[in-house]
Write a protein that binds this ligand. Sequence first.
Ligand SMILES: CCCCCCCC(=O)SCCNC(=O)CCNC(=O)[C@H](O)C(C)(C)COP(=O)(O)OP(=O)(O)OC[C@H]1O[C@@H](n2cnc3c(N)ncnc32)[C@H](O)[C@@H]1OP(=O)(O)O
Length: 221
Amino acid sequence: MDFRIEDISPEEISRRLSVVEPLTESVRRLIDAVIRTEVDDAELIAATERIDQVVQTLRSRQRDGSFGTPYTPTFIGMPWGNAAVGARNAIAPPLQIRTESGVAECEMVLGAAYEGPGGCVHGGVAALMLDQLVGEAASTDGLPSFTGTLTVRYLRPTRLGALSARAEVTGREGRKTFVHATLSDDDGVTVEADAIMIAPKGFALPGGEVLPHPATAQEEN
Ligand SMILES: CCCCCCCC(=O)SCCNC(=O)CCNC(=O)[C@H](O)C(C)(C)COP(=O)(O)OP(=O)(O)OC[C@H]1O[C@@H](n2cnc3c(N)ncnc32)[C@H](O)[C@@H]1OP(=O)(O)O
């Protein structure tokens, strides 16, 4: 797993986000426009050329591989490539998740880019969002937990549009955390999920130092 420390201040994080978030929003608008445009073929071909030029400019200086999840030394995470919440990832809805002890929740508006059955949210997108939420709910006590098992029940079709989601820890057992999550529209729950989250045995920093997860530390004592 790609993990690196980047020693920057909260002010520098805000500055970088203020530049990159409008770019990501712009690409999100592009994705939506490509799906829904009805312009003629000549305009589509011209648009392809202009977009390829922008891609070439961005690629002139580019990191190898994915973005990873850099952390500051005080553990502020910057998961900016993340598929559900990444500030640099136009595929992410994006989810603006609020957390408190054992709970994660958010609201989102899903448009044409998230369609599965006509007019409805793709089941994989629903699972993606709930996976992120259960991960964040389980991780509110300390270091991250990974999804071991995610069981998803689609109760009825979820229409594209304004939605909300919530995940809550229902129990802990050693390194395992059990989480229940729901995705809802105005009429109530459309999808529910249960997750078994596993805290990794140790959390290795670059250089080899391993931080014990609180649950692991309890097991060892
Ligand atoms: C803030 C961060 C938000 C992040 C949100 C994003 C969430 C994600 O998408 S995470 C990505 C998807 N998940 C993954 O890639 C995980 C891949 N799997 C793994 O890395 C490992 O299998 C991992 C970490 C889950 C478990 O490995 P390991 O720690 O070696 O487990 P192990 O020691 O064998 O088992 C520990 C306990 O967990 C249980 N367990 C292990 N694997 C699973 C599983 N897949 N499902 C359920 N239970 C499991 C074992 O039965 C055991 O239970 P008990 O203590 O009662 O005997």
